[in-house]
Design a protein around this ligand. Structure first.
Ligand code: ARG
Length: 587
């Protein structure tokens, strides 16, 4: 037995059939069921249906109530207010449902997979070669990783693409410099750390830049290099590869710190589409989608104009023949649709690139590369702000290095762990500190909806109270400690027991995990999962306050409460895994 029908779906079906029997034209209508404080659920859909059928809503509701089958699942249903239905479930049905989730040996807590999954290509975690990663890259990686987990959990076939910035004119300067100082990047793989790799690149970048700005002849040589690179000159390419490899050492060290699995095979940067660029331009020009304007190949849009009222085109090829970001993205679309057979293209990219994607998608539609059967979405994320509400910068006004930020989060978290630690060794404190610190950073990013800006506030992020991952991690660890203390007594569902209010609220929330995951995946909205988990931890806290677990009145009640606790822990664990956050067993 694997997938479990959720209680709300079950009630929904009961209501829908009673509704269809009462009012045939309402067949298939949504009874609009939601959780309620007055009863377990309330259905508000009858009002609109009555209005449409020109019927009295209370009378219609009363008739529907008469037809609802009560018994095993629905204990009681009554009309309330102008024509709402209040529905109370049988205690037994709640625990039996949860017991089925608990027994799901696939570990999926009874959550079903989609009936007809598609293929999504997701473009995320795309830093730039020879450059430091910053907080923007953090967001793309963290949000992207969670969306990958969510989609895969629903059964979607997910193809990851890390569209790193590994191509472009700046490489002419770097390669030329390296050619003139050939031993600057000499070392065997595995010999340098991520930090060292980045500092090598930084040193080279600064030196090359200095020469480029001061020496006209170097500048000319550097420009010629760009041409060699684009023409695929083997020596030039080999040197370019050295920069890419050095950068990857650095990228992987950051992803590892982020506790995130990024696979080399999924890194297909801008350079990966190089062979397609000329053809992409030819196809656009031949079909008339793009036109030559002042030597450049451009696509125009009626509704996209600059402040001066003149149209702002998407430039696919510059007048000097160079291809830019747009040509690469258009080629990537062709690859993803025609070779990878994607139904959905998802781009986890900064909101400030929204115009670029709007123009790229529209161009691809006109060219026929994006048909009606393919959805293209930019999952646009907002800016990370400092405590002052301005884009996050160091005191000197520089971009903050992502690594410094992560290290600081880990330090703060380790201090919190150490303070609360009872029986943890130094080694354990370091390990938990990293799990708590990285979790805190991820959670802060994922718990606000992606399109909004958020303040990067480490004090708040590692706080034990409030909407933080630490709070969730402590709830999880607390449950593990209860289960350890229970010793020989094992969790067991006891459907025959009556439920206290706090047990019922917790139980119904546990049941709605499946629905939350479905929604969060469909809307690419990890923040909905975060909100769910926070509420779950809060409901558990209330339950734990009101209902003694190990000292409950009867042995059966102890077992049943252990069961509710364990299911809460498993749900927390599964949910946090979908956000890339660890749940240490002890804190
Ligand atoms: N490398 C870019 C940046 O750092 C993000 C790439 C986004 N993906 C894409 N297909 N354009 O801003």
């Amino acid at each position: 037995m694997a997938s479990v029908t959720s209680l709300s779906d079950n009630v929904q079906q009961h209501l829908a059939s009673a509704l269809a029997a009462t009012l045939p034209e309402a067949a298939g209508a949504d009874p609009l069921l939601r959780r309620s404080d007055r009863a377990d659920f309330q259905a508000n859909g009858i009002l609109a249906l009555a209005k449409k059928a020109k019927a009295n809503p209370r009378e219609l509701a009363t008739e529907v109530v008469g037809r609802v089958v009560t018994g095993d699942v629905i204990k009681d249903v009554e009309v309330s207010g102008p024509g709402f239905l209040n529905i109370t479930l049988a205690d037994k049905a709640i625990i039996e449902n949860l017991a089925a989730r608990y027994a799901d040996d696939t570990g999926r807590l009874g959550v079903p997979t989609a009936a007809d999954p598609g293929t999504t290509v997701i473009d995320y975690a795309q830093p730039n070669v020879a450059k430091e990663m910053h907080v923007g890259h953090l967001r793309s990686a963290v949000i992207g990783d969670s969306v990958v987990q969510l989609l895969e959990f629903t059964g979607e076939n997910v193809i990851r693409r890390h569209h790193i910035g590994d191509w472009g004119t700046q490489f002419g300067m770097l390669i030329q410099y390296l050619d003139e100082h050939p031993h600057e990047l000499d070392h065997k793989a595995g010999q340098v750390t991520g930090e060292e790799a980045m500092s090598n690149l930084d040193r080279l970048y600064k030196a090359a830049r200095k020469l480029f700005d001061s020496d006209e002849e170097f500048k000319t040589r550097a420009r010629r290099r760009v041409v060699d690179l684009q023409a695929g000159d083997p020596h030039t390419l080999a040197m370019w590869q050295k920069f890419v490899d050095e950068s990857k050492i650095y990228f992987f060290s950051v992803f590892e710190k982020l506790d995130m699995e990024i696979r080399d095979a999924d890194i297909v940067g801008e350079s990966g589409y190089n062979d397609m660029l000329a053809e992409t331009c030819r196809l656009l020009e031949e079909s008339g989608v793009a036109v030559r304007s002042e030597g450049a190949l451009c696509v125009f849009f009626d509704d996209i104009k600059g402040p001066d009222g003149n149209p702002v085109p998407l430039i696919v090829q510059k007048s000097d023949g160079g291809y830019g970001y747009a040509a690469t993205d258009l080629s990537a679309i062709r690859d993803r649709v025609f070779n990878l057979k994607a139904n959905t293209l998802l781009y986890v990219v900064d909101a400030r690139q929204a115009l670029h994607f709007r123009m790229v998608f529209e161009t691809a539609r006109r060219a026929g590369w994006l048909g009606d059967d393919v959805t293209a979405v930019q999952l646009a994320f907002g800016t990370v702000l400092g405590k002052d509400g301005k884009p996050f910068k160091t005191r000197a006004g520089e971009t903050v290095r992502l690594v410094d930020l992560l290290d600081e989060a880990i330090d703060r978290a380790s201090a919190v762990v150490r303070e609360k630690a009872q029986d943890l060794s130094e080694e354990e404190i370091a390990e938990r500190g990293a799990q708590v610190g990285i979790g805190a950073v991820k959670y802060a990013d994922l718990s606000t909806s992606a399109n909004r800006d958020y303040k990067f506030d480490l004090d708040q992020m590692v706080s034990l109270n409030g909407d933080t991952s630490v709070y969730l991690q402590y709830a999880y660890a607390r449950i593990q400690s209860i289960l350890r203390k229970a010793g020989e007594v094992r969790p067991a569902a006891r459907p025959e027991l009556p439920l206290a209010d706090a047990e019922r609220a917790l139980g119904l929330h546990l049941d709605s995990f499946a629905e939350t995951v479905r929604e969060a995946a469909a809307e690419y909205a990890p923040h909905k999962l975060a909100a769910y988990l926070y509420q779950l931890a809060s409901l558990f806290t209330t339950f734990y306050d009101k209902c003694p677990v190990l000292r409950a009145e009867t042995p059966e009640q102890v077992e049943n409460r252990l069961f509710l606790s364990d299911l809460t822990a498993r749900t927390l664990h599964q949910g946090m895994t979908l956000m890339g956050i660890r749940t240490p067993e002890k804190l």
